[in-house]
Design a protein around this ligand. Sequence first.
Ligand code: HEC
Ligand code: HEC
Ligand code: HEC
Ligand code: HEC
Length: 199
Amino acid sequence: MKISRILYASSLTVLVFFACLGIIHAHANDSVFLHRYVGDESCEVCHSSLRIGQQFQVWGGSPHARAYQDLKSPQALEVARKFGIADPTQDQRCLSCHTTAAGAPLPEILSTFRKKDGVQCESCHGPGEDYSHFSVMIDPVKSRASGLVSKPSENTCKTCHNPSSPTYKGFDFKRDMARIAHPIPEAFKKEVKELGKGE
Ligand code: HEC
Ligand code: HEC
Ligand code: HEC
Ligand code: HEC
């Protein structure tokens, strides 16, 4: 009884230690396990095929994929100047909406992640380390438990599409979602369901 209590106490100490290092921390979804950012290339492997609907290419052609690079444009420099910012690609006040994982501590970001890819899949779908594996992705229960936000909400969009954007143009979820839509074809969803049953 006593020993187990000591063990419990020491495991708590270890947890608190790692929590202080920022290696473990609670997310909005209450998970105490850390899901780290892997970057869009880790999604490309599967989400660039024609059968699944080429989400990678659709995103790649969208303004989100350019969001970081656009911070180098003359227009961005103009906007930045009004805030006394010399280089918007280095300033958190611009990066917070023009990149993914802008505020995340370093241990949360894997080496495959590239800031220059702008507002990536994981900005909306959550950090992908634990869900971006085939056996997890095809299981709606497992994927959500591993951090996947399968249907990001209007509120997710509004963390960036709001009046604190210096160039705010307004936001209409239905209209703006249609502009970046990247659905999976029904035929493929059926295929995956059959596969799930077979297992
Ligand atoms: C190993 C292949 C693979 C990788 C890597 C992968 N996916 Fe998937 N993903 C799939 C498959 C297959 C489905 C279809 C599952 C279904 O229809 O039930 C899917 C479905 C999804 C869905 C819809 C899930 C649902 O239940 O509605 C989202 C969102 C998604 N993936 C995002 C991502 C993101 C973001 C990444 C990268 C961080 C990623 N995926 C990496 C194979 C993959
Ligand atoms: C700006 C936010 C955003 C980004 C960036 C984004 N998605 Fe999505 N994604 C969404 C939303 C919102 C939905 C749900 C759409 C709906 O239900 O109408 C969705 C749905 C999906 C689905 C499920 C489609 C279906 O028919 O069930 C997949 C798969 C997916 N995204 C993969 C990706 C991948 C892979 C990337 C990166 C290459 C990516 N998404 C980038 C917001 C985003
Ligand atoms: C992490 C911040 C972020 C999130 C979350 C986000 N966006 Fe964006 N979005 C941007 C930025 C930054 C741009 C401008 C990129 C550029 O042009 O360089 C943009 C541009 C767009 C554009 C093009 C707007 C135009 O007038 O050219 C559409 C449409 C859009 N986003 C839709 C969405 C939708 C829908 C969601 C939610 C599902 C969403 N965004 C979530 C940051 C975000
Ligand atoms: C609160 C989130 C947010 C912040 C902070 C932010 N942006 Fe943006 N930015 C956006 C969104 C969303 C868009 C898409 C257009 C809009 O504002 O509705 C955008 C678009 C842009 C555009 C393209 C405008 C166009 O006509 O499409 C430029 C340039 C830009 N931002 C520069 C900056 C600079 C420079 C900073 C830092 C001083 C910055 N942004 C900070 C969210 C943000």
